[in-house]
Write a protein that binds this ligand. Structure first.
Ligand code: DL6
Length: 824
């Protein structure tokens, strides 16, 4: 009924126009006569936001009344991208907005492009969290996300003379998608000391005293589900000084700088996202961020639970908390502290509640990414938490000792404290001990964690605690939004858009693989997407590429384990091959555009060198008239979610070529295949399951297997190691100075020729280039190529994040969706 009275419950074009005009003229105080695209975006966003707010309030009320168990997803990263397009599609009113905006003289695409990406994440881990929010809302789960409201998200990347330059990303100048909740605040304590004493009644009291207080202020972001009234909440915390103001007495006595210093120090906590992907640096500010966010979120969750007046023993029946990687592990310790120190529960009673509440997802086996915090650092910042960690460790090790009395070494290996200099807390171990389930993110990865980094824990807890939930992606953003024409074509064949809610319905596409008209339309859509990308490339790099060429894409964070260096060495190899061919032979070649995109962590020098090499190689090849359209090399600046939405639908082949056993899952592999692109990949992460689902004949696999990696590495040092001769020719060309100052690339080559080739670039080079040749041959037969693409899309149903969230809900969280039937 509220829709009848609410001006924002618009459903028609005219109502939408009334809303947008109202917002432009009143909320934004702009005249319609000088309304530019930014004002049109702002008005549209506000109109849609109003719609979401009503459903959001209803959802929160519904969840409170239903009083069911909720899932709280704790993630230090949420890589949301843009919100407007997503909101329009999820509420099913994009066409209404399109027509309304056209009446006002705007193209909807231009309006959408005004929005700044919400880039509060580094890569796969943060984007996975965003896909999960979309699925949890679309499936009507009572779910909350908790994160940090960074003032600066991941940096903006510019390329200058081939080098990456980082520019701060201030994204909050106009953000209609958040609501400051100045009434929802939590005081978070740091530093200080612990006072233990016995009170008059003989009770042991532990009190964490003094120190510094920083206030967390809640900012709420609505998360709309697709085709449902559910709008869930993402709560992001912002830090400010506890008084909220600077010290006037200091100011008056002339101490201007120190008067504002406290305020600035407090605000620094949520100022900036750490830009490292798969790498931990152990900085105090990062630890402060983690605790600040965990403490505020836990306080909020406990406050909500306490309103229900239930017994503490029922906490795990009402609350599930998922730790997205180890970043939120302090939440385990914080809940134990609240229950024991504040609520007066017995240690073991509290610990049972804690372990039933938490579960932990591991996202990497790379040793450099596994968090370890220095004991002295924790001691100083969180003295009470360190005591609790030691107590948890003591009781855990006692249990282990009882079960494995003769195995002294085991105790040292699994201790939460590493006896290093200084001592460190092994956060992954703490997360395991504090959780009832631990999951990896693809089958191979989940097997690997059980047999390598967490092997001892499988012995201790038994295998049932360790499970696999293969990652997924939301088809709403990654098909319907990014590739609307393909989505429409699929819907026309399947009879509805139901596949966006049940992706397995895609399998009904398979019979159309012989339908000539359908294949033609399919190919036309891919071509149109490539034309769009070619325009973007021309506009941003000045290089003109032929949309008929094979578009070969590798977009992801730049990392040695992801092996962009293998790709660029392959490009040089191709260049050498082209140069050696006669003009007749060249006519038989399939022209290719190799496209790279991705950010390097600012302190990761080797990754920056790879970016530099790609750009230098591009400069030479793109300007070599002898090569012409046969090969172009593009580095797209500032890869982010909204660029991914243009790039992914335009790819013919994409590269997922990590050293086997290093990429936990990968999710862009799923996005590319779902958009009708094929992949070249190693038997790593989710590539393996993608291959199983879509068929080996539809994937270009190459390279060594994960079980052989260790022996190969060993052999590099102790065997007869020779660099692949074709790769050596590539190195010779680089060293000749062809791509500029050869000295710049010495370390990149040296890592392979002299320092053990840890990522097996040389071992996999031959197999890689041969597979690239096979791709060229296959692409020449367009009919066969399109058949592979359609068949693959038809078999991608498994990789929706809806399946993934249902698995988490059933096997880990034990939560049910909310019934919204009468609301529809
Ligand atoms: O699970 C999401 C994503 C995987 O798809 C990638 O394979 C994996 O590299 C990434 N892991 C991280 C770990 N970083 N930390 N901490 O980003 O997770």
């Amino acid at each position: 009924a509220w829709r009848k009275y609410s001006p924002s419950g618009f459903t028609t074009k005219d109502q939408f126009e009334t809303e947008i005009v109202r917002h432009i003229e009143t909320t934004l105080a702009r005249s319609l006569f000088n309304c530019d695209e930014l004002a049109a975006y702002s008005g549209t966003a506000l109109a849609f936001r109003d719609r979401l707010i009503m459903d959001w309030n209803k959802t929160q009320q519904r969840q409170t009344f239903a009083d069911q168990k909720r899932i709280y997803y704790l993630s230090l990263e949420f890589l949301m991208g843009r919100a407007l397009d997503n909101a329009m599609l999820n509420v099913g009113l994009k066409n209404v907005a399109k027509e309304g905006l056209a009446d006002l003289g705007f193209r909807i695409e231009d309006v959408i492009n005004q929005e700044h990406d919400a880039a509060l994440g580094n890569g796969g881990l943060g984007r996975l969290a965003a896909c999960f929010l979309d699925s949890m809302a679309s499936l009507n789960y009572p779910a909350w996300g908790y994160g940090l409201r960074y003032r600066y998200g991941i940096f903006k990347q510019e390329i200058e003379n081939g080098y990456q330059v980082e520019i701060p990303d201030y994204w909050l100048d106009f953000n209609p998608w958040e609501f400051a909740r100045h009434d929802v605040t939590v005081d978070v304590q740091f530093y200080g000391w612990v006072n233990k004493y016995t009170d008059d009644e003989g009770k042991q009291i532990v009190s964490w005293q003094d120190g510094e207080i920083v206030t967390a202020v809640a900012y709420d972001v609505p998360v709309p589900g697709y085709g449902t009234p559910t709008v869930n909440n993402l709560r992001l915390w912002s830090s400010k000084a506890s008084s909220g103001e600077f010290d006037f007495s200091k100011f008056n006595s002339g101490e201007y700088e120190s008067a504002v210093a406290d305020q600035q120090r407090a605000e620094t906590i949520s100022a900036v996202l750490y830009p490292n992907d798969n790498l931990e640096r152990g900085k105090e500010l990062r630890l402060k961020q983690q605790y600040f966010w965990c403490a505020a979120s836990l306080f909020d969750i406990v406050r909500r639970f306490k309103k229900t007046n239930r017994k503490w023993s029922e906490f795990p029946d009402q609350v599930a908390i998922q730790l997205n990687d180890t970043h939120p592990t302090l939440a385990v310790v914080e809940l134990q502290r609240i229950l024991v120190d504040k609520e007066g529960l017995e240690w073991q009673t509290a610990w049972d509640i804690v372990t039933k509440t938490f579960s932990y997802t591991n996202h990497t086996v790379l040793p450099e990414a596994l968090e370890k915090w220095s004991v002295p650092l924790i001691q100083n910042l969180l003295p009470r938490h360190l005591q609790i960690i030691y107590e948890i460790n003591l009781s855990f090790l006692q249990t282990v000792e009882r079960r494995f009395p003769k195995d002294r070494e085991l105790l040292g290996r699994v201790s939460l404290i590493e006896e290093s200099q200084p001592k460190t807390v092994r956060m992954a171990y703490l997360a395991i001990v504090g959780s009832h389930k631990v999951n990896g993110v693809a089958e191979l990865h989940s097997d690997l964690i059980k047999t390598t980094i967490f092997k001892d824990f499988v012995r201790i807890y038994g295998p049932d605690k360790f499970i696999n939930v293969t990652n997924g992606i939301t088809p709403r953003r990654w098909l319907h939004q990014a590739n609307p024409r393909l989505s429409e074509l699929i819907a026309s064949k399947l009879g509805s858009y139901e596949f966006l809610k049940d992706l397995t319905l895609l399998n009904k596409l398979e019979p159309f693989v012989d339908d000539k008209e359908f294949k033609k339309e399919w190919a036309e859509i891919k071509y149109a997407n490539k034309v769009r990308l070619a325009q973007h490339i021309l506009k941003t790099t000045g290089v003109s590429v032929n949309p008929k060429a094979l578009f070969d894409v590798q977009v992801k964070r730049i990392h040695e384990y992801k092996r962009q260096q293998l790709n660029v060495f392959g490009v040089i190899h191709r260049y050498l091959a082209i140069k050696s061919l006669s003009s007749e032979e060249r006519k038989k070649l399939a022209p290719r555009v190799t496209i790279f995109g991705g950010k390097a962590a600012p302190g990761y020098w080797m990754a920056k060198t790879i970016i530099h090499l790609i750009n230098k190689v591009g400069e030479v090849i793109n300007n070599d008239p002898d090569v012409g359209d046969l090969l172009k090399v593009i580095f797209l600046e500032d890869y982010n979610v909204s660029k991914a939405e243009i790039i992914i639908p335009a790819s013919d082949i994409s590269e997922h070529i990590s050293t086997a056993g290093t990429e936990a899952s990968g999710t862009s592999n799923m996005k590319f295949v779902l958009n009708g692109g094929l992949i070249i990949g190693t038997l790593d992460g989710a590539n393996i399951e993608i291959t199983r689902e879509i068929g080996e004949q539809n994937v270009f696999l190459f390279g060594n297997l994960s079980e052989d990696v260790e022996d190969l590495r060993h052999n590099h040092f102790y065997g007869d190691y020779q660099v692949d001769p074709e790769l050596q020719k590539v190195f010779d060309l680089i060293k000749s100075g062809k791509f500029g100052d050869e000295g710049s690339f010495g370390a990149l080559i040296g890592a392979i020729t002299e320092h053990g080739d840890y990522y097996l670039v040389s071992d996999d080079f031959n197999s890689y280039t041969k597979t690239q040749d096979l791709i060229d041959e296959t692409f020449k037969n367009q009919d066969e190529w399109v058949t592979k693409c359609i068949t693959s899309v038809a078999r991608m149903g498994f990789f929706t994040s809806d399946r993934c969230i249902n698995e988490y809900a059933d096997t880990i969280w034990n939560i049910e969706p909310l019934d919204v039937a009468e609301e529809k």
